[in-house]
Design a protein around this ligand. Structure first.
Ligand code: UT7
Length: 326
């Protein structure tokens, strides 16, 4: 019996032109390059221009993924954008991407799961494809986190950043039921709203009428992140009857190098099998995994046939993982 799987047909990404270094941040708040580097691993990040919106970033990333796929806009039936920083309360960023790229009328909506957003969006698209409802979906993670950062709060403004990454998922039938077949093999999604007060914005349309600013209990989120990531990657490995040695690349959410190293260590994976972009991207929330994926694919490190383990954790708290044969 042939199995339908969603394969990653192509990737794309976009980073705003402006780079903000730790040295520049030293002039803005009471911080130091040393503190930021030691505690988070971040050296620099990209920040969108004032008039540049999340949709602008998403459109550029989506455009590149579409170009590289060799497909035409007419071949795409759906757009899912993971974002927590939409241009407007509504409509969704996804409909702007659909219109700008000339994708015909079809499904388009946003997913809001903060830093885990891309894993949620990928899982959603994968379910539409494996159920046979759609053949190709453009999945994007895009954020303008700089728009919800309090630039006077040194505990958060040094961490978050802007960018967008995209993948095109395509249905592919295969007789191969093994882990060697290309495509998404499993996705694992979690949330625990009891910890919503650890990472949130102090505003929103139905409360203050403003989007608000990020408030984070960094140390507490850190502890949960280390545990949740370890649990969810272990679940992905167990579910697929593989061992960590079978995984070619860990593509983690890029919040903090220490969290990434901890997950790699628990898996017994050396850091040269981990895609790290946090040093030059910062924490771009839902954009971080597709940005890291595109960077590693574009540089030739991730190759067709490699087994990828994606994992993320963020506000909600939400967390998740996906195992994919690229
Ligand atoms: O992507 C969504 C998920 N988010 C995460 O995964 C983030 C998880 N948390 C973290 O990555 C880390 O907790 C942080 C990088 C946010 C902070 O690192 P930490 O080692 O947990 O530091 P801390 O919050 O315990 O703060 C240590 C000290 C404090 O001073 P006292 O109380 O020890 O005197 C802070 O006031 O560092 C101080 N501090 C700073 N100092 C210089 C906080 N921010 C800064 C700063 N520069 N920017």
């Amino acid at each position: 019996m042939p199995v339908i799987r969603s394969i990653i047909k192509s990737t794309g990404s976009y980073l705003p032109e402006k780079i903000l270094t730790n040295q520049e941040l030293e002039k803005m708040v009471d911080t130091s390059d040393e503190w930021i580097t030691q505690r988070s691993g971040i050296k620099q990040r990209h920040i969108a221009a004032e008039k540049e919106t999340t949709a602008d970033l998403a459109i550029k990333a989506g455009h590149l993924a579409l170009d590289r796929s060799g497909l035409s806009p007419q071949d795409i039936q759906g757009v899912i954008v993971a974002t927590t920083t939409p241009d407007q309360t509504f409509p969704a960023v996804a409909v702007k991407v659909q219109a700008a790229l000339g994708i015909p009328p079809g499904m388009a909506f946003d997913v809001q799961a903060v830093c885990t957003g891309f894993v949620y969006a990928l899982a959603t698209a994968n379910n539409f494809i494996t159920s046979g409802q759609f053949k190709r979906i453009l999945v994007i993670g895009a954020e303008k986190m700089s728009s919800v950062v309090d630039w006077n709060d040194r505990s958060t403004c040094v961490l978050f950043a802007d960018g967008a990454g995209a993948v095109i998922l395509e249905a592919q039938e295969s007789e191969d039921e093994s882990i060697h077949a290309r495509g998404v093999h499993s996705t694992h999604l979690y949330a625990n709203g009891r910890h919503a007060n650890l990472l949130y914005t102090d505003g929103g349309p139905s409360s203050t009428g403003q989007s608000g600013h990020i408030i984070m209990e960094g140390r507490e989120v850190f502890k949960h992140a280390v545990q949740c990531m370890a649990d969810v990657v272990a679940e992905a490995i167990e579910k697929n009857n593989i061992t960590p040695a079978d995984v070619d690349w860990l593509v983690p959410h890029q919040a903090n190098i220490r969290i990434i190293e901890s997950t790699a260590k628990k898996l017994g994976m050396s850091m040269d099998k981990v895609v790290v972009t946090v040093d030059h991207h910062g924490n771009t929330s839902a954009a971080s995994i597709p940005l890291a994926l595109d960077e590693a694919v574009s540089s030739g490190r991730i190759k067709k046939g490699d087994l990828l383990l994606l994992e993320a954790m963020g506000g909600g708290l939400t967390w998740g993982a996906a195992l994919i044969r690229f």
